[in-house]
Write a protein that binds this ligand. Structure first.
Ligand SMILES: [Fe+2]
Length: 576
């Protein structure tokens, strides 16, 4: 570790002269005695992975006029003038890590807010960030801002800015923090001024670093990072679309090199650019955070470490789909999670993870129309889907009266229906990339929670699952395959990536899709959904309630935005 050469007293005097600038959040570009090279902090600061006595601090620092490692001092204080510094030390923004630097600031007190910054020789300083440690044993309320899916090319990150000015204490990012696509691919016409960098799809370490850097150059994201600590996990697009352990839908080894090499590059850049506590194995990111005895947050990796390849809809009911060894998280992580839920003393057991966990099935007849609609040229139209939905709903009510509802998937029937020879009309999954594609793995996790709760009845454990990935907002019941309710799921809308409004005319909502999805006669687990707007999910936990407020903004295609006036239905609660 390099040491700052100035005596500490002189150092502090220099800093005090610039404290007003720092408090305003501006980046100080030049000061000091004129002999020290100017250091730039172009990507702001971030903090993450808070524990009761420590938090990770992050920044990027580079000399203005030359390459090389940049020696820095980090400081954590109880005030934004840094008169009471409680944690400090020397670090280096090393070229080996793309000039990013992370440090675990130790010796902090539980449940406290802190200010932090990085300072280079000569007094060149980063902006000042605010962070917060986890509370210890007793805590009345915890407020989380939950995000996913921030596609740079789709628009401005106003959702991050909106959350930064909310009363949320901690940020959670459930993945798709970046996207891998080339310029003009997703979307074909990027929002003006939001073309991705590099212009190519990202494959190499240099590519992934450049994409991460561009993301962190966004002023709204910088504002959020400087305002609260973030606990993040990756989803597929930090690697490439629909990734799994050994490959991905958007990766072709013959023309794009090995998936292993691409994964390695993505892992390295992620750990350089995200304020995550990096262990000896960069591929292991599942970890728990205990907020006193109120909640235990278990952050999971359902994407990379143990996921088997996705199956097709035509595999429904197959031996592969129903195999008891089929994995979404891998057996090591699954066993770890079971232990974490069993040994936790907190009431709320919260899983922070990527893909929707609830069983969200729709009638095969409607799925078939959707498939057809998405085929080009589409033989079926929106009108055909609408007609099918209405037909199904009336047939279903008739069947309900007659007591002839098919309640469980018979794989053969599902496939027969999809292939044009219907014998009945079972409800079937529509997203095989989500937990619906891994039904036994889901039963295992839900079963582990039930066991954990039963073993500690005095705690009264409750399960809440937080999800991202779909770009749409959901509040679902979590049930086992036989229909027993085990918990509830809140899935955050995207920051900027498009929801179902991209694929269906807006007029199709909310009438057809929303009523279909929320209808207990069609999809029993969806309580509420919004599939047309961008936003974030604010989760507040108290001993008596988990409350999810879905906060939407009006547009991501312009810099100015308005937060939608919330309506009652957008605040969803689960009683403790
Ligand atoms: Fe996404």
């Amino acid at each position: 570790m390099n040491k700052i050469s100035h005596p500490r007293r002189e150092f502090l005097i220099r800093l005090s002269s610039v404290s007003a600038v720092l408090a305003s959040g501006a980046t100080l570009s030049a000061c000091g005695d004129g002999n020290d090279p100017v250091v730039l902090f172009n990507y702001g600061v971030a903090s993450g992975d808070p524990l009761t006595d420590r938090v990770m601090l992050w920044t990027h620092a580079a000399f203005e006029l030359s390459a090389g490692d940049v020696p820095l001092t980090y400081q954590v204080a109880t005030d934004n003038n840094f008169s009471n510094i409680v944690s400090t030390g020397s670090v280096v923004a090393s070229g080996a890590n793309n000039n990013t630097v992370k440090v675990d600031a130790l010796g902090l007190a539980a449940g406290n807010e802190y200010f932090y910054r990085f300072v280079a020789r000569g007094g060149h300083s980063s902006s000042v960030g605010k962070t917060r440690t986890l509370p210890a044993s007793s805590v009345a309320e915890v407020k989380l801002a939950v995000f996913s899916c921030s596609s740079y090319a789709h628009g401005y990150f106003s959702v991050y800015e909106a959350a930064a000015s909310s009363d949320a204490q901690y940020a959670l990012h459930l993945g798709d923090y970046i996207y891998e696509y080339k310029d003009g691919e997703y979307p074909a016409t990027p929002v003006v001024g939001r073309n991705v960098s590099p212009k190519t799809e990202i494959y190499s370490l240099a590519d992934y670093r450049m994409r991460h850097a561009q993301q962190k150059s966004d002023p709204s994201l910088k504002t959020l990072h400087a305002r609260m600590p973030m606990i993040a996990v990756w989803d597929d697009h930090e690697f490439t679309n629909d990734a799994y352990m050994t490959g991905a839908e958007n990766h072709t080894e013959a023309t794009e090199g090995t998936f292993a090499a691409r994964k390695e590059a993505a892992l390295q850049a992620y750990h350089e650019w995200m304020p995550i506590r990096t262990g000896t194995d960069k591929s292991v990111i599942y970890r728990s955070f205990n907020f006193g005895n109120l909640l235990s947050l278990h952050m999971l990796d359902t994407r990379i470490i143990g996921r088997e390849k996705q199956l097709a809809l035509t595999d429904l009911g197959s031996a592969a789909w129903l195999s008891t060894s089929r994995q979404l998280m891998g057996s090591t992580q699954t066993t770890w999670l079971a232990t974490q839920m069993a040994t936790s003393t907190a009431k709320w057991q919260v899983l922070g993870q990527q893909v929707v966990m609830a069983k969200t099935w729709i009638p095969a007849s409607i799925q078939k129309k959707f498939d057809s609609y998405f085929r080009a040229p589409a033989p079926d139209t929106i009108g055909a889907i609408r007609t099918e939905v209405e037909t199904y709903k009336s047939q279903y009510s008739a069947a309900l009266t007659a007591g002839t509802i098919p309640v469980y998937l018979a794989g053969g029937n599902a496939n027969a229906y999809l292939k044009g020879a219907p014998t009945d009309n079972p409800a079937i999954p529509y997203n095989m990339d989500a937990w619906d594609g891994y039904p036994v793995a889901r039963e295992t996790v839900l079963g582990a929670f039930v066991q954990a709760a039963a073993a500690t009845p005095s705690v009264g454990k409750k399960l809440v699952v937080l999800s991202g990935d779909t770009h749409n907002a959901w509040h679902n019941n979590l049930t086992t395959l036989n229909g027993t309710k085990v918990g509830e799921e809140f899935a955050t809308p995207s920051v900027s990536s498009p929801g179902w409004e991209e694929y269906f005319p807006t007029a199709f909502f909310p009438g057809t899709i929303k009523t279909l999805l929320e209808s207990t006669t069609a999809v029993s687990n969806v309580q509420w959904t919004d599939t047309t707007r961008r936003g974030y999910l604010k989760m507040s936990f108290t001993p008596t309630q988990a409350k999810g407020e879905f906060i939407f903004i009006d547009s991501v295609s312009t810099k100015s935005y308005a937060i939608a006036t919330p309506v009652a239905a957008e605040t969803r609660t689960y009683a403790g």
